[in-house]
Ligand binder design. Structure first.
Ligand SMILES: [Zn+2]
Ligand SMILES: [Zn+2]
Length: 640
């Protein structure tokens, strides 16, 4: 008899399956681990006396992952053999796993308060990689020679067998802490700990600490009304979550997952409401530096602090630094609506990624490159590749890159985004309707060969705004006059806009929001707790979305004293209704029921909810293992 344990795992990342294999080796049980793009399957002899210990132990050491969902187990007579992903070992950029964390807080280990603690399946590996292939000689650790104990571990520790970036306090990276007058080096256990302790206390006393983390320089500080705006909230322990934040279980799990994404959530405690308003961008420590600092923040009596991303020249009271050069990735933001998780934007967590690429094409978008190496196509930052070869080069328009390849093609964002979803869901070559919403709203049609912009937006130019609005329809000029009287300052600003701003920026300025962007409107919409119903006008003629009509409608509601949060909520609801009306019309014309949604604007609770209601019957498809907005283009570009 065989015992089969199946975990739903929605990614081709192998660090969880590899971890399970390594852990099985560690406790010396024989079993098979298979992985396809949706499931990890473990198969063991059901009478193995170590099975129970393995399963119990696994529960303790297996990292919680964003990609893990339901699990089940069953028994089976015959041996199970499944095909399995067997991809190149790629560097991770996630938090330390539970076993590595334990070492960091164990005073008897060689890695006590050592922020670079990691193993084959966890930690910040990608920042150290100079170029592929991934090995120590190609990393910024190449000049650090592992000590005897680390060398021994590379043979005997199942979690670190042949681990390229092995190091410990004895042989690893030294830290230093500087203020205006002095410099302290951390070279042994006591001084590593001391450095984080001093940093934590300084922050608790109101000082700022600039720290080089594996995810770039961050300036950490105690949050106050003066410095809160546009900072990210760093929770020091999971204990404070439910007191300060309004979280559903899925959001809580996602924040604590080993991938440690960024997530915007509603505030709950009065103190956080005062600091951040209705919602805040939240992070649980995602690398060794932030994690050790968080521990000392907690010891200093704080439940949370904040940080801003910055560069090494940022002014601060203290600097915590180390010499090794790193390359940091853009952080990844996610969006959660009930059981759906979407990656909104970013590189960390998702890249590098192995993808299918039958035609040997090279694709470039947003400084990410999809390129074939050793029979597998890897997507990663362009600077990690030394040689770039392929049968053709597909480049996102606007990229400053000259391939010189005779087979070069330039593609627009919306086409590549739609194509990436089709490819992810195995729908290439089948008709589909697409909606790409990234500030601008595009309705697309894929006839199985190419993507056509079926209902393009009326171009929006934000200069000479009042002229465009006053000639929109009869009576519009009166509105402009009333608006000037009532909101002279906003009128003035709107009169002097440059031509290249998107509709959300202009809307945010019109509403007088502090965060003058799409994010600002989203955040404001989150704080609306009532029911919708306010109809914002989105068009004038021929069914196309009209930005000027939209702004005019908002202004007249503003003159009618409609609250900002209600208006922002209604903006997305109206978009949802508009999309929900156009898509079925297109579907009827071209006979398909496949609907593809792309673009970051969909990562909004009221719009997403509305879309589920209006288009739910078509079960719209979105990216699962790529960001829904920009970065998916590098993958879609392979298919254009
Ligand atoms: Zn680990
Ligand atoms: Zn060592």
């Amino acid at each position: 008899m065989y015992f089969i344990f199946q975990l739903e795992f929605n990614s081709t990342k192998t660090y969880i399956a590899d971890f399970i294999r390594a852990y099985a080796k560690q406790i010396e049980i024989e079993l098979d681990v298979f992985q396809d793009s949706k499931t990890i399957t473990i198969s063991a002899m059901s009478n193995d006396e170590k099975l129970e210990a393995f399963l119990q132990g696994l529960e303790e050491v297996l990292p919680a992952s964003l990609f893990l969902a339901k699990s089940k187990h069953f028994f089976r007579e015959e041996k199970l053999v499944l095909p399995t992903i067997n991809s190149t070992k790629l560097p991770t950029n996630i938090a330390p796993c539970p076993t590595c964390q334990k070492e960091m807080f164990d005073v008897s280990s060689r890695r006590y308060y050592y922020p670079f603690t990691s193993c084959n399946h966890c930690g910040s590996q990608h920042p150290f990689l100079d170029q592929y292939p991934y090995n120590r000689a190609n990393s910024s650790m190449k000049f650090l020679v592992p000590c005897a104990a680390c060398e021994e571990e590379r043979k005997s520790n199942a979690l670190r067998v042949d681990y390229p970036l092995i190091s410990c306090i004895d042989c690893g990276i030294g830290l230093r802490m500087l203020d205006k007058e002095t410099e302290h080096m951390a070279l042994d256990k006591g001084s590593y700990r001391k450095l984080f302790e001093v940093s934590g206390r300084a922050i608790a006393l109101g000082k700022t600490v600039l720290m080089k983390t594996m995810n770039g320089y961050r300036k950490f500080f105690k949050v106050s009304a003066e410095n809160a705006s546009s900072s990210t909230l760093l929770m020091a322990s999971a204990g404070g979550f439910n007191e300060h934040l309004m979280l559903v279980q899925q959001e809580f799990n996602a924040l604590l997952s080993i991938e440690r994404p960024l997530l915007r959530v509603a505030t709950k405690s009065d103190e956080l409401k005062l600091l951040y308003g209705s919602s805040v961008l939240v992070k649980f420590p995602d690398d060794g530096m932030s994690m050790l600092l968080a521990r000392e923040i907690l010891n200093a009596g704080l439940e949370y602090i904040a940080y801003v991303e910055c560069d090494s020249s940022e002014e601060a009271d203290f600097l915590v630094d180390f010499d090794l050069p790193l390359t940091s990735q853009n952080d990844t933001k996610i969006f959660i609506n009930q059981d759906e998780k979407l990656f909104v934007s970013g590189e960390r967590i998702l890249f590098p990624q192995v993808v299918k690429n039958d035609n040997g094409i090279v694709s470039l978008a947003h400084d990410l490159l999809a390129v074939d190496g050793d029979g597998e196509t890897i997507i990663d930052s362009i600077e990690k590749f030394t040689s770039i070869k392929g049968n053709g080069v597909h480049i996102l328009e606007g990229e400053a890159f000259e391939s010189g390849h005779e087979n070069e093609k330039i593609f627009p964002q919306y086409k590549a985004s739609m194509m990436s979803v089709l490819a992810e869901h195995g729908k290439v070559g089948q008709k589909a309707i697409g909606v790409h919403f990234d500030g601008n709203l595009n309705f697309l049609y894929y006839n199985g060969k190419e993507i056509i912009n079926a209902v393009p937006p009326i171009p929006f130019e934000s200069d000479n705004l009042w002229e465009k609005i006053s000639t929109l329809r009869e009576g519009s000029d009166r509105l402009v006059g009333n608006y000037k009287k009532r909101y002279p300052k906003i009128w003035e600003r709107l009169d002097n806009l440059k031509g290249n701003m998107d509709i959300f920026e202009v809307t945010a300025i019109t509403l007088g929001l502090e965060d003058e962007s799409f994010e600002g409107i989203s955040a404001e919409a989150l704080s609306f707790l009532g029911k919708g119903g306010l109809q914002i006008d989105t068009r004038v003629k021929d069914n196309r979305f009209d930005n000027y009509a939209f702004l005019t409608s908002i202004m007249s509601y503003q003159l009618g004293d409609v609250e900002n949060s209600y208006m922002c909520y209604s903006i997305y609801e109206s978009f949802g209704d508009y999309i929900g009306e156009i898509v079925p019309q297109l579907i009827e014309k071209v006979e398909t029921r496949t609907v593809i949604l792309t673009g970051e604007t969909f990562a909004n609770q009221s719009l997403y909810g509305r879309i589920q209601r209006t288009l739910g019957i078509y079960k719209p498809l979105m990216n699962k293992s790529l960001p829904i907005g920009k970065e998916n283009a590098v993958y879609g570009g392979l298919y254009l």
